[in-house]
Design a protein around this ligand. Structure first.
Ligand code: PGA
Length: 253
């Protein structure tokens, strides 16, 4: 399966800076043919992304979505609106949203259903906090988050899903987990998904990506991982050269 690299710009940039970076990204990344590239800027830059990446091999995504199609939901944005703009991916259940906006597994599930049924690809984030890890609860937390996110979802019509394992303690800290650790969690997720979907569906429709302090150095050991199919990148995705280097590494996968 083609590896994927996803940029999560979070709330790091103002519109003018973000537009400059979108243009730089287009210049730096358009050559990368064997890697799927996805840029997720803020809502304020989604229409600019649609224009700038039109006709290129770079896709763009949203950092969030609401689960209803339309109606009285002040401040929210539907998957159908995103789709109409040309959005292809949506990050769902990022640990920052789980933490600051109290997003529950049930909300993650509703958003995942809405995204899939609108023809978009969800990037579902899971991961344990440091204290959960220290208390030996990683397996339990990941199992709950994965079962919760994909409850009552089948991928029988070939819909795609990206699962991002992002240990919370590794995000923005400069301390990526080891590739062996990530592979063990991917393998756990793979086993949980086997209860929901067939092996063929998992093989063809599900990508596993690692996120948490990924840069062109920390990314290297993950490239040879058998289940790891790419990266979700925060801080380093704001540096076009660094981001391009990580995608070049994936190109050799
Ligand atoms: P980071 O963020 O690469 O800055 O650690 C990753 C993420 O939060 O998706």
């Amino acid at each position: 399966m083609q590896p994927i690299i996803i940029a999560n710009w979070k709330m790091s940039l103002r519109p003018a800076e973000a537009r400059r970076l979108l243009l730089l990204m287009r210049t730096k990344l358009v050559k990368e043919k064997n890697v799927e590239i996805v840029i997720c800027p803020s809502f304020t830059e989604l229409t600019a992304s649609a224009k700038i990446f039109k006709g290129t091999n770079i896709a763009w995504g949203s950092q969030d979505v609401f689960w209803e199609e339309s109606g009285a939901y002040t401040g929210e944005i539907s998957a159908l609106s995103l789709k109409e703009l040309g959005c292809e991916y949506v990050i769902i259940g990022h640990s920052e949203r789980r933490r600051y906006l109290h997003e529950s597994d049930e909300m993650v599930n509703k958003k995942t259903v809405a995204v899939i049924s609108s023809g978009l690809t969800p990037i579902v984030c899971v991961g344990e906090t440091l204290s959960e890890r220290q208390e030996g609860q990683t397996e339990q937390i990941i199992t709950r988050q994965i079962k919760g996110a994909f409850n009552n979802i089948d991928l029988e019509s070939g819909e795609k899903v990206v699962v991002a394992y992002e240990p919370v303690w590794a995000i923005g800290t400069g301390k990526a987990t080891s590739s062996a650790d990530a592979e063990a969690v991917f393998s756990l997720i793979h086993d949980i998904l086997l209860d929901l979907w067939s092996l063929t569906i998992i093989k063809n429709n599900v990508k596993f990506v690692y996120g948490g302090s990924v840069d062109s150095q920390t990314a290297k050991p993950f490239i040879s991982g058998s289940l790891c199919n790419g990266f979700l990148v925060g801080g380093a995705s704001l540096k076009p050269l660094e981001f391009a280097k990580i995608s070049q590494l994936l190109n050799s996968k």
